[in-house]
Design a protein around this ligand. Structure first.
Ligand code: UT7
Length: 379
């Protein structure tokens, strides 16, 4: 029997602190007019000191599981697309797995810059279509405010923090993720990078003094690259899905710059009502921008059952990707009974207790082993 990967849950989380263009104009030599005209961004969200990529990813994941009414213990795989993980390792996806109590799930981070979430959709859906897995959680989450140089006006006006998630589920109903196109061009890797902190330039007092732990970007070149690949990738994905451009209900792309989105829409001859834009409120949240946009499009009633969506991303690598989705879920989703909400919260508490007990158990075992070795040694 044919298998399809349907999006059955979605959720987002953005921090409450808002940083406006006017706020930025008191920090660097810029203006609200310049930022609006050149990017379309009006404000962005900034993570609170205690918030991290993992904490935001967990909130978005919990929201997606709530919509889908799926127990985290049934998840097979968790993919977190991010350029700003909590640590180089362990993977942020493992922190999410632990907090959700997703005891059966594999978990890994995916690094494809701002394209990461769309890459994740491709990987997750293929895992389902192949028959390997039934439930895959794909998350895009970023805390870009921690790697932005707040004295560099070329970059600091662009980025924001947040997270979005979708749950992909195996289904016999035709639709869901119909096609996926992935692309890369490593020759452009230096156009958008975080130079230090890896094996090439390990973090040191010198790398910090040189500001190599901040995002470095050639904005003009990235702009050119983005306008070149977006429409092309969308067309390829449509051709693979055997869907005509006219049958597209909504174009959801990476939210980096309003002019880039307009240029792709123009090239695809899409009217404004078929193009989703929310970067005015969040700025560029890298791999979180597409799932956040998808969530808001659903909330705004712009997605209906049997609609065809084209989802396109581009970013560091260089990378790009496009996915065509035939929406399979009836909307709006009915509210779950109150008791399921209470049960769900209790389950997350239990996951925290389970995590604590496993750490404690490990510590006790290690202490007992140490004692045993010492006793044996002295005996
Ligand atoms: O997620 C993927 C990652 N990034 C992107 O997608 C970004 C892609 N690139 C862009 O969105 C645009 O290239 C930017 C918004 C970054 C820049 O817009 P632009 O129209 O390409 O401006 P520009 O780099 O050509 O700079 C024009 C001028 C320069 O001054 P001069 O050299 O002409 O005197 C800049 O120094 O604007 C100046 N400028 C600013 N002025 C006020 C650059 N940043 C600012 C600023 N405020 N924040």
């Amino acid at each position: 029997m044919a298998r399809y990967a349907q999006i059955v849950g979605w959720g987002m989380y953005v921090p409450s602190e808002i940083l406006t263009n006017d706020d930025l104009s008191s920090m660097v030599d810029t203006s609200d007019d310049w930022i609006r005209a050149r990017t379309g961004i009006v404000e962005r969200r900034i993570a609170a000191p205690k918030e991290t990529t993992a904490t935001m990813a967990i909130r978005a994941a919990q929201a997606a599981l709530r919509v889908a009414n799926v127990n985290p213990a049934r998840l097979d795989l968790i993919i977190v697309a991010t350029a700003t993980p909590d640590y180089p390792f362990p993977a942020t996806a493992c922190l999410v797995q632990d907090a959700l109590g997703a005891t059966r799930a594999g978990a890994f981070d995916l690094s494809a810059g701002c394209t990461g979430f769309v890459y994740g959709l491709a990987v997750g859906s293929q895992m389902i279509i192949s028959g390997a897995y039934d439930q895959v959680l794909v998350i895009g989450a970023e805390t870009l405010s921690r790697i932005v140089n707040w004295t560099d006006r070329n970059t600091c006006v662009l980025f924001g923090d947040g997270a979005g998630a979708v749950l992909l589920q195996a289904s016999a109903v035709p639709g869901g993720v119909l096609s996926t196109v992935l692309g890369s061009d490593g020759s452009g890797g230096d156009l958008l990078m975080l130079p230090a902190g890896g094996s090439r330039h390990p973090a040191s007092a010198e790398t910090v003094a040189q500001g190599l732990h901040y995002i470095q970007m050639n904005g003009r070149e990235i702009f050119r690259f983005a306008t070149r690949v977006m429409a092309k990738a969308a067309r390829q994905a449509l051709a693979e899905a055997n869907v005509d451009l006219e049958d597209i209900s909504l174009f959801i792309s990476h939210q980096a710059n309003g002019r880039i989105i307009q240029s792709a829409a123009k090239s695809l001859k899409l009217p404004p009502e078929k193009v989703f834009v929310n970067l005015d409120r969040y700025g560029n949240t890298s791999s979180a921008s597409v799932p956040i946009a998808l969530c808001e499009a659903i909330e705004q009633g712009r997605v209906k059952r049997d609609d065809h969506l084209v989802i396109v991303g581009f970013g560091a690598g260089l990378t790009w990707a496009a996915v065509v989705v035939k929406w399979g879920m009836p909307l709006p989703v009915p509210q779950p009974p109150r008791w399921t909400v209470v049960w769900r919260l209790a389950r997350y508490r239990l996951a925290a207790v389970r995590s604590y007990l496993r750490r404690l158990g490990r510590r006790i075992l290690s202490a007992l082993t140490g004692l045993f070795v010492r006793n044996n040694g002295s005996g």
